[in-house]
Design a protein around this ligand. Structure first.
Ligand code: ADP
Ligand code: MG
Length: 559
């Protein structure tokens, strides 16, 4: 394996630019692919996880074989999202810093097409595009790919997942036969294989690193709390890391909005990134995050795909993804290149199994960490502040105020002054954490079907409700507490259910007693009031699960 950029066969212009970016040695995918692309012909399917340096692996050779005197389009890079498009454009621009006269044009949906047409008119030796927008431009004759020598599909699996199948087919069938095609993907689902079979010429399949393996320099941790404490746990983790700079992954757009709003309300620099935002809004959010004006980017998997932000301190799985594979993508956002990364997951005790599944897939262990307690957090914040004060520069301007300050503070003892100043900064923390309890939950032996079959079939007799007290088969519950939602479940007196059983079922779903409000039981149905933030989760856990061999249905009752 080549371990020096100088041996790859790259020209000086490019080597200089790469050196300026601080790349010391090629990553495995780069040493594997770059010489092959420079020295040999042929198509390549490259399977490599995120964060392995694929952009430079295809970008550097692509720049090498450009003919700068020819203004026509020679290289086409296709990628799934606008953000990735802009990122690849930025990276290629940096790599080609010393190649004068080069034109690289990004085109993507959600932004004005006229400006992009103007840019293309000025010449575009490399076009970086999302499939939909490119097709649009091709139809308008604003882009011309008839002369390309290289076509690159980046994050091909994601492009297909996002429904770009038809667009890809259309583009690939329009590109000249003589081209070379490169396909990059983290995984090789059937659809990607189909694309490779139909549009590539006997490609070399190169797998770098183990498929699905988590990046080696990422450490994985989880925190286990009750469902209703999920947000509180995240807040504590955030407070325990005063310098945190993290992507927070959620499963849905609604969830990203909710969490970002809550974080903002609680005084954190956070914002959401998801598909409902306009292009301008997304750019604004990304820009603030990259400048570190935001410390938390709360995102869906799709919105964050391919985004490369260096120096992330954490990837936070606010909720674990539905598919194990997505976890690899998420954790690949941290630990980029040579840096160490930390990926954490907040789970309830129902989700231990998911952790085990991910461990098996990434072949790495998670470590459970306790959610930091009030005292530890306050201590951490306090010393962080003291360090910041120590590092402050003292300007001369302050001198002229000293006599007045002396007058006000002169009689105060040093100790008193220090206490006062730190308390001023700190009271909000002390206040918040004064009543904070321990939210960690004890490790329990793992049960295969956990919440799904909830409490036991204990052949209850003594506790049984009096069968003579007939309740109507169903009815409407009264009003539930403010901040709670009724969850209706297809269990009732007929099933010999008593409130204690319901608490047990909730507990098995990871929901604690404190999140459970009123309970109303009828003959065939029951209603349980749940705190709003856990109600949806409870429904998803209970609907379709079985209880004493009965299949359950559950509904959320909106007021
Ligand atoms: P991928 O597309 O495989 O997810 P990227 O191409 O986005 O990965 O690269 C991930 C990060 O690693 C980027 O920040 C990039 O600048 C950096 N990087 C790439 N190659 C090297 C290298 N040889 N040395 C150091 N950093 C690198
Ligand atoms: Mg990439």
């Amino acid at each position: 394996m080549i371990t020096d950029f100088l041996e790859l066969g790259l020209s000086n212009e490019i080597l200089n630019a790469v050196a300026e970016l601080g790349f010391e040695k090629p990553t495995p995918v780069q040493s594997r692919i770059i010489p092959q692309l420079l020295m040999e012909d042929g198509d390549i399917v490259c399977l490599a996880q995120t964060g392995t340096g694929k952009t430079a692996a295809f970008g550097l050779p692509a720049l090498e074989y450009l003919d700068i005197r020819d203004k026509g389009t020679q290289v086409l890079v296709l990628c799934p999202t606008r953000e990735l498009c802009r990122q690849i454009h930025e990276d290629l621009t940096a790599y080609s810093k010393y190649i004068s006269g080069i034109r690289i044009v990004p085109v993507y949906g959600g932004a004005g097409i006229l400006g992009q047409i103007r840019e293309l008119k000025k010449g575009a030796q490399i076009i970086v595009a999302t499939p939909g927008r490119l097709l649009d431009l091709l139809k308008r004759d604003a882009a011309d790919i008839s002369g390309i020598s290289t076509l690159i599909m980046d994050e091909a699996d994601e492009m297909l997942d996002m429904g770009f199948k038809d667009e890809l087919d259309a583009i690939l069938s329009q590109a000249p036969q003589s081209r070379r095609t490169l396909l990059f993907s983290a995984t090789l689902p059937r659809e990607v294989e189909r694309i490779a079979k139909s549009y590539m010429k006997n490609p070399d399949i190169v797998t770098v690193g183990e498929r699905n393996a988590g990046a080696d320099n990422v450490e994985h941790f989880y925190y286990m709390v009750l469902e209703e404490d999920r947000y509180a746990a995240m807040k504590r983790i955030a407070d325990y890391h005063p310098d945190i700079y993290a992507i927070v992954f959620c499963r849905t757009r609604e969830e990203t909005k909710k969490i970002a709003d809550a974080l903002q309300r609680d005084g954190y620099d956070a914002d959401a990134l998801h598909g409902d935002l306009s292009q301008a809004q997304r750019d604004y959010v990304m820009d603030r995050f990259k400048r570190k004006a935001l410390h938390f980017l709360v995102a869906t998997d799709v919105a964050a795909r391919g985004i490369d932000v260096s120096d992330l301190t954490h990837v936070i799985n606010y909720n674990l993804p539905q598919e194990t594979e997505l976890y690899t993508h998420r954790s690949g956002r941290t630990g980029r290149a040579d840096k160490k990364g930390v990926s954490i997951a907040i789970i309830n005790q129902r989700e231990k199994g998911k952790i085990r599944k991910i461990e098996a897939a990434i072949k790495k262990q998670f470590t459970r960490l306790p959610v930091p307690g009030a005292r530890e957090i306050c201590e951490k914040q306090l010393f962080h502040l003291i360090n910041e004060i120590n590092g402050a520069e003292v300007g001369r301007e302050i001198d002229s105020f000293m006599p007045a300050i002396e007058e006000l503070w002169g009689s105060m003892s040093r100790e008193e002054l220090v206490k006062k100043m730190l308390s001023y900064e700190f009271n909000r923390f002390f206040e918040y954490y004064r009543k904070a309890k321990d939210i960690n939950i004890p490790e329990k032996p793992e049960r295969k079907t956990a919440g799904k079959k909830a409490a036991s079939d204990d052949g209850r007799t003594a506790d049984s409700p009096d069968d003579k007290v007939r309740k109507p088969a169903d009815g409407n519950p009264g009003k539930c507490e403010k901040g709670y939602t009724w969850l209706k479940i297809s269990l009732g007196y007929r099933n010999r259910i008593i409130p204690r059983d319901i608490i047990g079922i909730m507990r098995a779903c990871g929901i604690g007693k404190n999140a459970v409000g009123k309970i109303e039981i009828f003959n065939d149905f029951l209603y349980v009031a749940l705190q709003n933030n856990v109600a949806g989760y409870a429904k998803s856990q209970i609907d379709g699960a079985s209880y004493n061999r009965k299949r359950l249905s559950a509904w959320l009752i909106k007021d």
